[in-house]
Design a protein around this ligand. Structure first.
Ligand code: ATP
Ligand code: LTN
Length: 336
């Protein structure tokens, strides 16, 4: 009989805020797809995290469904992977509260995402925004995750997750698996088209990002307007030529071509031609996803079924970890 090998577990999440971008695709979603055959994967639409900034309920509900449809349209198989909404498994919030008690104020105030978001939403610097990384740690630790595919912007949050888990384990024994990050080789930080020293973000103005669902003409237009420099040379130099380097990384991430190869083909031809070629590679990558998205998002019964099954399967694993945590902490047990 073939030996049953326990596969490594993967967990990752994406917030259902705004429109998913090319950054989310290259930094996260595309890797989810590459990993689904070799690992035991959970991919969550982290809607509780979205509450850290004020959301319009109608818009948020639509964004939740849109994100799930995009997960599926990008190729994630709901049989192989557990695809579900974070808020539907209440253990996330529960463990989040527990872990708050093992996290220090000083650690949270050093988080760069907190500082960025606090500056952007100065009128609503709430406690949820402050403890956001603790909820993220509970997402990961609930499932005894080995590997977390994320973009480079989430490195700091993963580090704090590991610190919290190690701290907890040092007191209570081996409760949580200590997770590792999994980052794309190229494109771990796709930059804004208008300010190429900042990351591309779905909560920034429209012309700074390419949405996965942008139509081809819009993609071409946004890339033609992308900020570059006045040198007209397609050379990979992120320090001095961040705009060009960003476009080269996008092309390289989507086509697998090396920077040298891209540089050799387009150097000396002017940026117009290069930008058009970048647009071609982006359109070629996104068009099939857009077609699938139209089909899947019209099929409410299918989405309902994926949602229900994801909730159940994720809930069962989360429950096992929570039983262990409850026992270790000494809070009321299920069975006397
Ligand atoms: P927001 O701008 O609303 O905070 P976001 O665009 O950063 O959102 P998230 O839902 O927070 O998106 O992130 C989902 C995943 O996409 C994370 O793994 C994150 O690291 C990755 N990601 C986000 N932006 C980029 C980017 N510009 N380049 C590479 N990866 C990215
Ligand atoms: N914080 C992440 C989204 C996120 C996540 C997670 C990613 C929430 N929980 C767990 C990986 C694992 C973000 O802002 N990109």
């Amino acid at each position: 009989m073939a030996e049953q090998v326990q596969r490594q577990r993967i967990f990752s999440g994406i917030q259902p805020t705004g429109n998913l971008t090319l950054g989310n695709y290259i930094g996260a979603l595309r890797n989810f797809n590459l990993l689904q055959d070799e690992y035991d994967c959970l991919y969550s639409i982290v809607d509780l995290h979205a509450l850290t900034v004020r959301q319009d309920p109608t818009e948020l509900r639509k964004a939740c469904l849109r994100t799930m449809a995009l997960f599926l349209a990008s190729g994630l198989d709901p049989e192989k992977n557990i695809i579900y909404f974070q808020s539907q498994v209440s253990a996330h919030a529960e463990l989040g509260w527990v872990l708050d008690n093992f996290t220090y104020m000083g650690e949270m105030s050093r988080m760069t995402q907190f500082k960025d978001k606090a500056a952007k939403h100065a009128d609503n610097i709430n406690c949820g925004l402050f403890t956001y990384p603790v909820l993220m740690a509970s997402d990961i630790l609930l499932y005894q995750t080995n590997l977390v595919p994320i973009g480079a912007d989430q490195k700091q949050h993963l580090e704090i997750c590991r610190d919290i888990a190690e701290r907890f384990n040092a007191i209570y024994g081996d409760v949580f698996t200590i997770p590792e990050g999994y980052f794309p080789k190229v494109g771990a930080r796709v930059m804004s088209l208008q300010e190429p020293t900042r990351k591309m973000s779905k909560s920034d103005p429209e012309d700074t990002y390419i949405a996965i669902l942008d139509k081809p003409e819009i993609i071409r237009k946004k890339l033609r307007r992308a900020i570059t420099d006045s040198e007209n040379s397609v050379v990979y130099d992120p320090e001095n030529k961040p705009g060009v380097a960003n476009l080269m990384s996008i092309m390289s991430a989507l086509t697998g071509r090396s920077m040298d190869d891209i540089s050799n083909e387009y150097s000396g031809q002017g940026y117009g031609k290069f930008k058009d070629a970048v647009a071609d590679s982006v359109i070629a990558a996104l068009e099939p996803i857009q077609r699938e998205y139209e089909r899947i998002s019209a099929d409410k019964a299918y989405l309902q079924q994926v949602m229900d099954s994801g909730r159940e399967r994720a809930g069962a694993i989360a429950h096992r970890t929570m039983l262990k945590v409850r026992k270790k902490l000494g809070i009321a047990p299920w069975k006397l």
